[in-house]
Design a protein around this ligand. Structure first.
Ligand code: HEM
Length: 206
């Protein structure tokens, strides 16, 4: 194999295992019974937070590419997005099996707003995960891009979910919201700039 090829494989594995590391750490904590007095709550919070972390990393990729010229990061966006879905799935499983009850959860989707928004966010992430393979990208064409902007909506819903279930210390949800707001503002600013450029010079598309 070419040295360049080796480097790409190594980088792929490094990124793959770094994203999996929090899950392995959680499994280690569960195996050694270090999840505190309420393991259900611990596992739910831990996986919820990591699902959100993955979403934020995913949203950072376009600005990193455009502002820093880190084009290679774009290749890993799908992997990060799938990890967001993975952590969200474990989070939902933990919430429904260890914190709430499956039956109560189904009622809660209608009754409790924080569960409703969390559930809608999860459905969006599932749609994005299903449509992430390359053949789906080709099949959906332009619609794929529009659909995948749903990541912003999912992130906003997760933040509402976070705020809604927080009872005392709002520091973390505020930090996450500020980050997501900045990333969203950047995308809106770029879109607006491109629109203005297109109006002034219709022959240029970027
Ligand atoms: C039907 C879907 C969902 C349900 C039922 C659900 C349920 C819960 C519950 C019960 C908690 C509080 C745990 C506790 O304090 O005991 C929680 C926290 C949280 N959830 Fe969800 N969730 C859902 C979807 C999501 C999704 C899709 C994400 C992210 C992608 C997410 C991210 C979070 C975060 C960040 C927290 C706060 C963690 C912390 O306090 O540090 N949730 N969720």
């Amino acid at each position: 194999m070419q040295p360049k090829g080796n480097f790409h494989v190594l980088r792929w594995w490094l990124i793959f295992s770094s994203l999996l590391a929090p899950f392995c750490y959680l499994v280690g904590l569960i195996a050694t019974q270090k999840t505190g007095p309420d393991p259900g709550e611990f596992i739910t919070r831990f996986t919820g937070e990591w699902a959100l972390n993955m979403l934020v990393v995913c949203l950072c990729i376009t600005p990193l590419n455009q502002l820093m010229g880190w084009r290679w990061t774009v290749k890993y966006r799908r992997m990060v997005g799938l990890y967001a879905w993975f952590y969200a799935t474990v989070h939902l499983a933990a919430a429904s099996l260890l914190v709430l009850d499956v039956e109560i959860l189904l009622e809660d989707i209608v009754k409790r707003p924080y569960v409703t928004v969390g559930f809608i966010a999860f459905i969006i992430l599932t749609l994005l995960a299903i449509t992430s393979p390359k053949p789906m990208v080709r099949r959906l064409g332009k619609r794929w891009k529009t659909l995948h902007k749903g990541i912003y909506l999912a992130s906003l819903l997760v933040l509402i979910h976070y705020f809604w279930l927080t009872r005392a210390d709002y520091t973390d949800p505020i930090i996450y919201s500020t980050l997501v707001a900045l990333l969203l503002a950047y995308r809106l600013f770029r879109a607006l700039k491109q629109n203005i450029q297109r109006q002034h010079n219709p022959l240029r598309s970027s």
